[in-house]
Design a protein around this ligand. Structure first.
Ligand code: ADP
Ligand code: MG
Length: 243
Protein backbone atom coordinates (compact mmCIF):
# COMPACT_ATOMS: atom_id res chain seq x y z
CA UNK A 1 0.00 0.00 0.00
CA UNK A 2 1.21 3.51 -0.79
CA UNK A 3 2.15 5.43 2.29
CA UNK A 4 0.03 8.50 3.04
CA UNK A 5 1.77 11.89 2.86
CA UNK A 6 -0.53 13.09 5.61
CA UNK A 7 -2.09 10.75 8.12
CA UNK A 8 -4.44 12.01 10.83
CA UNK A 9 -5.65 9.37 13.25
CA UNK A 10 -8.25 9.84 15.99
CA UNK A 11 -7.32 13.48 16.39
CA UNK A 12 -8.75 15.26 19.44
CA UNK A 13 -8.27 18.94 20.07
CA UNK A 14 -9.63 21.16 22.80
CA UNK A 15 -9.49 24.91 23.23
CA UNK A 16 -9.94 24.98 27.00
CA UNK A 17 -13.23 23.16 27.60
CA UNK A 18 -14.28 23.49 23.99
CA UNK A 19 -13.85 20.19 22.13
CA UNK A 20 -13.13 21.44 18.60
CA UNK A 21 -11.84 18.28 16.86
CA UNK A 22 -13.44 14.96 17.72
CA UNK A 23 -11.67 11.75 16.70
CA UNK A 24 -10.84 13.04 13.23
CA UNK A 25 -9.32 10.57 10.75
CA UNK A 26 -7.88 11.68 7.43
CA UNK A 27 -5.29 10.00 5.21
CA UNK A 28 -4.03 11.76 2.11
CA UNK A 29 -2.06 9.75 -0.43
CA UNK A 30 0.63 11.23 -2.68
CA UNK A 31 -0.91 13.36 -5.42
CA UNK A 32 -4.39 13.33 -3.90
CA UNK A 33 -6.50 16.48 -3.70
CA UNK A 34 -8.83 16.68 -0.73
CA UNK A 35 -11.35 19.50 -0.39
CA UNK A 36 -12.70 20.20 3.11
CA UNK A 37 -16.08 21.87 3.49
CA UNK A 38 -18.33 22.58 6.45
CA UNK A 39 -20.01 25.38 8.35
CA UNK A 40 -18.08 28.18 9.98
CA UNK A 41 -16.66 27.05 13.32
CA UNK A 42 -16.69 23.34 12.42
CA UNK A 43 -12.93 23.01 12.91
CA UNK A 44 -11.58 23.17 9.35
CA UNK A 45 -8.88 25.76 10.05
CA UNK A 46 -7.93 24.09 13.32
CA UNK A 47 -7.46 20.76 11.54
CA UNK A 48 -5.25 22.39 8.88
CA UNK A 49 -3.25 24.22 11.57
CA UNK A 50 -2.71 20.99 13.51
CA UNK A 51 -1.40 19.27 10.36
CA UNK A 52 1.07 22.10 9.86
CA UNK A 53 2.25 21.92 13.46
CA UNK A 54 0.82 25.37 14.23
CA UNK A 55 -1.54 24.04 16.94
CA UNK A 56 -0.94 21.51 19.67
CA UNK A 57 -3.46 18.70 20.05
CA UNK A 58 -4.44 16.50 22.96
CA UNK A 59 -5.27 13.12 21.45
CA UNK A 60 -4.51 11.01 18.41
CA UNK A 61 -1.67 11.15 15.93
CA UNK A 62 -0.59 13.17 12.95
CA UNK A 63 2.09 11.90 10.60
CA UNK A 64 3.60 14.05 7.85
CA UNK A 65 5.82 12.22 5.38
CA UNK A 66 6.30 9.43 7.88
CA UNK A 67 7.27 11.76 10.76
CA UNK A 68 5.01 11.82 13.79
CA UNK A 69 4.40 15.40 14.90
CA UNK A 70 4.35 14.59 18.59
CA UNK A 71 7.59 12.63 18.46
CA UNK A 72 9.72 14.74 16.22
CA UNK A 73 12.31 17.01 17.76
CA UNK A 74 12.42 19.07 14.64
CA UNK A 75 8.98 20.52 13.99
CA UNK A 76 10.54 23.07 11.63
CA UNK A 77 11.71 20.21 9.42
CA UNK A 78 8.16 18.86 9.21
CA UNK A 79 6.81 22.32 8.46
CA UNK A 80 9.23 22.69 5.58
CA UNK A 81 7.44 19.78 3.89
CA UNK A 82 4.10 21.55 4.14
CA UNK A 83 3.27 24.73 2.22
CA UNK A 84 0.48 26.83 3.64
CA UNK A 85 -1.73 29.47 2.03
CA UNK A 86 -4.14 31.42 4.22
CA UNK A 87 -7.22 33.51 3.55
CA UNK A 88 -5.23 36.70 4.23
CA UNK A 89 -2.02 36.71 2.24
CA UNK A 90 0.45 37.50 5.05
CA UNK A 91 3.06 38.89 2.68
CA UNK A 92 5.82 41.05 4.13
CA UNK A 93 4.75 44.58 3.20
CA UNK A 94 8.22 46.14 3.28
CA UNK A 95 9.67 43.63 0.81
CA UNK A 96 9.20 43.33 -2.92
CA UNK A 97 7.26 40.44 -4.38
CA UNK A 98 10.53 38.79 -5.42
CA UNK A 99 12.05 39.22 -1.94
CA UNK A 100 8.93 37.70 -0.37
CA UNK A 101 9.36 34.57 -2.47
CA UNK A 102 13.13 34.38 -1.91
CA UNK A 103 13.10 34.87 1.84
CA UNK A 104 12.37 31.40 3.22
CA UNK A 105 14.69 29.46 0.88
CA UNK A 106 17.57 31.83 1.76
CA UNK A 107 16.86 31.92 5.52
CA UNK A 108 15.74 28.35 6.15
CA UNK A 109 17.26 26.33 3.33
CA UNK A 110 20.43 28.47 3.11
CA UNK A 111 20.04 28.69 -0.63
CA UNK A 112 22.52 31.16 -2.22
CA UNK A 113 20.89 34.51 -3.17
CA UNK A 114 21.42 34.10 -6.91
CA UNK A 115 19.90 30.64 -6.96
CA UNK A 116 16.98 31.71 -4.76
CA UNK A 117 16.32 34.67 -7.04
CA UNK A 118 16.34 32.52 -10.15
CA UNK A 119 13.96 30.05 -8.58
CA UNK A 120 11.68 32.80 -7.27
CA UNK A 121 11.52 34.37 -10.71
CA UNK A 122 10.55 30.99 -12.17
CA UNK A 123 7.81 30.55 -9.59
CA UNK A 124 6.45 34.04 -10.23
CA UNK A 125 6.27 33.12 -13.91
CA UNK A 126 4.46 29.95 -13.00
CA UNK A 127 1.76 31.88 -11.11
CA UNK A 128 1.57 34.41 -13.95
CA UNK A 129 3.01 37.39 -12.12
CA UNK A 130 6.65 37.69 -13.23
CA UNK A 131 6.24 41.28 -14.39
CA UNK A 132 5.26 42.36 -10.85
CA UNK A 133 8.43 40.99 -9.24
CA UNK A 134 9.82 44.36 -8.18
CA UNK A 135 6.60 45.84 -6.83
CA UNK A 136 5.53 45.81 -3.20
CA UNK A 137 2.48 43.77 -2.12
CA UNK A 138 0.31 46.86 -1.55
CA UNK A 139 0.67 47.74 -5.24
CA UNK A 140 -0.97 44.46 -6.27
CA UNK A 141 -4.59 43.32 -6.37
CA UNK A 142 -5.76 40.74 -3.83
CA UNK A 143 -5.70 38.03 -6.49
CA UNK A 144 -2.13 38.90 -7.42
CA UNK A 145 -1.08 38.95 -3.75
CA UNK A 146 -2.59 35.52 -3.21
CA UNK A 147 -0.71 34.21 -6.24
CA UNK A 148 2.50 35.58 -4.72
CA UNK A 149 1.61 33.80 -1.46
CA UNK A 150 1.26 30.54 -3.41
CA UNK A 151 4.63 31.11 -5.12
CA UNK A 152 6.19 31.82 -1.73
CA UNK A 153 4.87 28.55 -0.30
CA UNK A 154 6.09 26.63 -3.37
CA UNK A 155 9.56 28.12 -3.01
CA UNK A 156 10.23 25.71 -0.15
CA UNK A 157 9.45 22.77 -2.46
CA UNK A 158 6.84 21.30 -0.13
CA UNK A 159 5.53 17.74 -0.40
CA UNK A 160 2.00 18.93 0.27
CA UNK A 161 0.14 22.24 0.04
CA UNK A 162 -2.56 23.27 2.49
CA UNK A 163 -4.98 26.03 1.52
CA UNK A 164 -7.33 27.59 4.06
CA UNK A 165 -10.08 29.46 2.21
CA UNK A 166 -7.59 31.00 -0.23
CA UNK A 167 -10.24 32.90 -2.19
CA UNK A 168 -12.65 33.93 0.58
CA UNK A 169 -11.12 37.37 1.10
CA UNK A 170 -10.93 38.19 -2.61
CA UNK A 171 -13.10 40.34 -4.83
CA UNK A 172 -15.22 38.02 -6.99
CA UNK A 173 -13.54 39.13 -10.21
CA UNK A 174 -10.10 37.85 -9.12
CA UNK A 175 -11.18 34.53 -7.55
CA UNK A 176 -10.82 32.78 -10.92
CA UNK A 177 -7.16 33.67 -11.42
CA UNK A 178 -6.23 32.15 -8.05
CA UNK A 179 -8.28 29.01 -8.71
CA UNK A 180 -6.53 28.70 -12.09
CA UNK A 181 -3.14 28.66 -10.37
CA UNK A 182 -4.42 26.03 -7.94
CA UNK A 183 -5.79 23.95 -10.82
CA UNK A 184 -2.40 24.05 -12.53
CA UNK A 185 -0.70 23.00 -9.35
CA UNK A 186 -3.17 20.13 -9.01
CA UNK A 187 -2.62 18.92 -12.55
CA UNK A 188 1.13 19.03 -11.94
CA UNK A 189 0.59 16.30 -9.34
CA UNK A 190 0.84 18.28 -6.08
CA UNK A 191 -0.74 16.72 -3.00
CA UNK A 192 -3.29 19.26 -1.75
CA UNK A 193 -5.72 19.83 1.09
CA UNK A 194 -8.01 22.75 0.34
CA UNK A 195 -10.62 24.31 2.61
CA UNK A 196 -12.96 26.14 0.27
CA UNK A 197 -16.56 26.94 -0.53
CA UNK A 198 -15.81 26.86 -4.26
CA UNK A 199 -17.79 23.77 -5.17
CA UNK A 200 -16.97 24.10 -8.87
CA UNK A 201 -13.31 23.75 -7.97
CA UNK A 202 -14.11 20.78 -5.74
CA UNK A 203 -16.08 19.06 -8.49
CA UNK A 204 -13.32 19.56 -11.01
CA UNK A 205 -10.16 19.03 -8.97
CA UNK A 206 -10.89 17.04 -5.80
CA UNK A 207 -10.44 13.31 -5.48
CA UNK A 208 -12.41 13.48 -2.26
CA UNK A 209 -14.66 15.99 -0.52
CA UNK A 210 -14.62 15.86 3.25
CA UNK A 211 -17.47 17.36 5.25
CA UNK A 212 -16.92 18.59 8.80
CA UNK A 213 -19.48 19.71 11.35
CA UNK A 214 -18.95 20.60 15.03
CA UNK A 215 -15.46 19.11 15.09
CA UNK A 216 -16.43 15.84 13.47
CA UNK A 217 -15.44 14.59 10.07
CA UNK A 218 -18.79 13.25 8.91
CA UNK A 219 -18.25 12.40 5.26
CA UNK A 220 -15.39 11.59 2.92
CA UNK A 221 -16.64 10.99 -0.63
CA UNK A 222 -15.72 11.50 -4.28
CA UNK A 223 -17.08 14.93 -5.35
CA UNK A 224 -19.78 13.59 -7.68
CA UNK A 225 -21.13 11.42 -4.89
CA UNK A 226 -20.84 14.13 -2.27
CA UNK A 227 -22.53 16.79 -4.39
CA UNK A 228 -25.20 14.36 -5.52
CA UNK A 229 -25.99 13.54 -1.91
CA UNK A 230 -29.52 14.66 -0.93
CA UNK A 231 -28.24 15.93 2.42
CA UNK A 232 -25.86 18.33 0.71
CA UNK A 233 -28.64 20.77 -0.28
CA UNK A 234 -29.66 21.04 3.33
CA UNK A 235 -26.06 21.54 4.37
CA UNK A 236 -25.52 24.21 1.79
CA UNK A 237 -28.04 26.33 3.59
CA UNK A 238 -26.29 25.72 6.91
CA UNK A 239 -22.92 26.58 5.43
CA UNK A 240 -23.57 30.29 5.85
CA UNK A 241 -20.45 31.40 4.01
CA UNK A 242 -20.99 30.41 0.44
CA UNK A 243 -24.01 29.01 -1.28
P1 ADP B 1 -13.62 26.82 10.80
O1 ADP B 1 -12.30 27.03 10.17
O2 ADP B 1 -14.31 25.58 10.35
O3 ADP B 1 -14.51 28.00 10.67
P2 ADP B 1 -12.12 26.89 13.29
O4 ADP B 1 -11.19 25.75 13.17
O5 ADP B 1 -11.60 28.24 13.00
O6 ADP B 1 -13.41 26.59 12.35
O7 ADP B 1 -12.76 26.92 14.72
C1 ADP B 1 -13.28 25.78 15.34
C2 ADP B 1 -13.76 26.15 16.72
O8 ADP B 1 -12.64 26.46 17.53
C3 ADP B 1 -14.66 27.38 16.75
O9 ADP B 1 -15.65 27.18 17.72
C4 ADP B 1 -13.71 28.48 17.15
O10 ADP B 1 -14.41 29.50 17.84
C5 ADP B 1 -12.74 27.77 18.05
N1 ADP B 1 -11.39 28.36 18.03
C6 ADP B 1 -10.61 28.50 16.92
N2 ADP B 1 -9.41 29.03 17.27
C7 ADP B 1 -9.45 29.23 18.59
C8 ADP B 1 -8.50 29.74 19.54
N3 ADP B 1 -7.27 30.14 19.17
N4 ADP B 1 -8.88 29.80 20.83
C9 ADP B 1 -10.11 29.37 21.22
N5 ADP B 1 -11.02 28.87 20.38
C10 ADP B 1 -10.71 28.80 19.09
MG1 MG C 1 -11.59 28.62 9.04
Amino acid sequence: MTEAVISVQQLDKWFGKHHVLRKVNLDVLPGQKVVIVGPSGSGKSTLIRCINGLEAFQGGEITVNGQRLTQTRDLAAVRREVGMVFQGFHLFPHMTVLENVMLAPVKLRKLPQAQAQQRAQGLLERVGIAEQAHKHPAQLSGGQQQRVAIARALAMEPQVMLFDEPTSALDPEVVGEVLDVMRNLASGGMTMIVVTHEMGFAREVADRVVFMDRGELLEDLPPAEFLGHPAWKERRTSCGACC
